[in-house]
Design a protein around this ligand. Structure first.
Ligand code: PGU
Length: 400
């Protein structure tokens, strides 16, 4: 018999979102006919807008004719990589520093293979669960110690520090995950804050994995949309991003990673060269159809559609936030992100989750699922049809 991978055995319970879906199913089974509304998982609900959708259709049609057919595209269509560099990074990166993927989550998982089981990890607490669970799978996180993993440094982001961590706690030579605008807190880091993060990383020999999956939700023009707006970030930061939330591609699957050539390991070897090797070895590129859609999403018409779609979800976020504020619930986020992070002082977050489900038939996400500092918080997602969000907000008034 073959024994189980011990790192899988180190994973705690199930992955957060399927656990929530299970609780929803259980509630639905015992309350037949009740309409449950989800403000839980951040899954897009609105149709892909026409210009981008037409390009997806066209991309599929091309595959049906000899002149249009294409096969493997390795690290991605050169035209899409060039366009990403131009639109998001003012042309600062060459196409061999941009790698097209099937989504940010998948890249976050694969990127960890660059750094091995002995790597020290630091995460914002709370954070998107994939950073921690992915580190458990590579062995870097070590074992569960009751309130966290032994190999992970949790950097609390709380109301007291304005949801930006104390960087003094970042270990030397560690891999630092940072997400802005943040999932789940909705906090968007300022230029000064990211400057401090980059400076810390360089001083301490760290590499940052910067998750910018929600950058297109930023409306405050003073806030940086990419870590590469910060001096010297290209020597210490990898950025992952995605078409999922801005273009409605959660089911289409398309993202990218920027791995600048300037980033080196302690021995001087190129991180970019290794990433190219890994991509070629265990990933064979994103769908050509999705990439055709991605190209259209980045032309002037497509960018207008991205703006319209993100405006729509931000409109939902405002409705949710206004409702919570009216109820006297302290919350942040929503202005530059599709998540609202609401505090229920002294309460257990699973218990609040259950109360909201039972009183309002609304699914949310319990803060503790994102890390120890998420205790007593609930995340509300703004991804939903407008009428469902309005209905959910009416029902939330029962919490008063
Ligand atoms: N990065 C962050 C910070 C995210 O919140 C999500 C999705 C992703 C990456 C995934 O991007 P893809 O490009 O689609 O792979 N977070 C959602 C969905 C749950 C999940 O497990 O991914 C959420 O509700 O947090």
């Amino acid at each position: 018999m073959i024994s189980r991978n011990q790192y899988i055995a180190n994973l705690k319970a199930g992955y957060l979102f399927p656990e929530i879906a299970k609780k929803r199913r259980e509630y639905a089974a015992s309350h037949p006919g009740v309409k449950i509304i989800s403000l839980g998982v951040g899954n897009t609900t609105e149709p892909i807008l026409p210009h981008i959708n037409a390009a997806l259709v066209e991309g599929a049609k091309k595959l049906g004719v000899l002149e249009g057919y294409s096969g493997y595209q390795d690290e991605g269509l050169p035209s899409l990589r060039e366009k990403i560099s131009e639109v998001f990074y003012s042309g600062k990166f060459s196409i061999d520093e941009i790698f097209i993927s099937d989504g940010a989550k998948c890249d976050i998982g694969r990127l960890q293979t660059l750094f091995g089981a002995g790597t020290k990890i630091a995460v914002q607490d709370p954070s998107y669960p994939v950073y921690v669970d992915g580190s458990v799978l590579t062995g870097a996180a070590g074992i569960w110690e009751g309130n966290g993993y032994a190999g992970i440094t949790y950097l609390p982001c709380t109301a007291e520090n304005n949801f930006f961590p104390n960087l003094d706690a970042v270990p030397r030579n560690s891999l630092v995950y940072f997400c802005s605008p943040n999932n789940p807190t909705g906090a968007a880091a300022t230029c000064d804050q990211l400057n401090a993060l980059v400076k810390t990383a360089i001083d301490r020999g760290c590499i940052i994995i910067f998750d910018a999956a929600y950058s297109e939700f930023i409306r405050d023009s003073k806030l940086p949309k990419t870590i590469y707006g910060i001096d010297n970030a290209a020597s210490c930061a990898i950025e992952v991003n995605s078409f999922s939330k801005p273009a409605g591609f959660t089911g289409v699957r398309l993202g990218w990673s920027v791995v600048p050539k300037a980033i080196k390991y302690s021995g001087g070897e190129s991180v970019n060269a290794d990433w190219s090797r890994i991509a070629g070895t265990i990933f064979n590129g994103a769908s050509n159809i999705a990439q055709a859609g991605g190209l259209a999403a980045l032309d002037s018409e497509g960018l207008k559609e991205i703006r319209a779609l993100t405006d729509f979800y931000l409109g939902n976020a405002k409705i949710i936030r206004d409702t919570l504020v009216k109820l006297g619930i302290t919350c942040i986020g929503g202005g530059n992100s599709p998540y609202i992070w609401a505090r229920f002082p002294g309460r257990d977050s699973w218990e609040v989750f259950q109360e909201i489900l039972e009183k309002c038939q609304v699914v949310t996400t319990p803060g503790i699922g994102f890390g120890p500092a998420g205790q007593s918080f609930i995340r509300f997602s703004a991804f939903g049809h407008r009428e469902d969000v309005e209905e959910a907000c009416k029902r939330l008034e029962k919490l008063a």
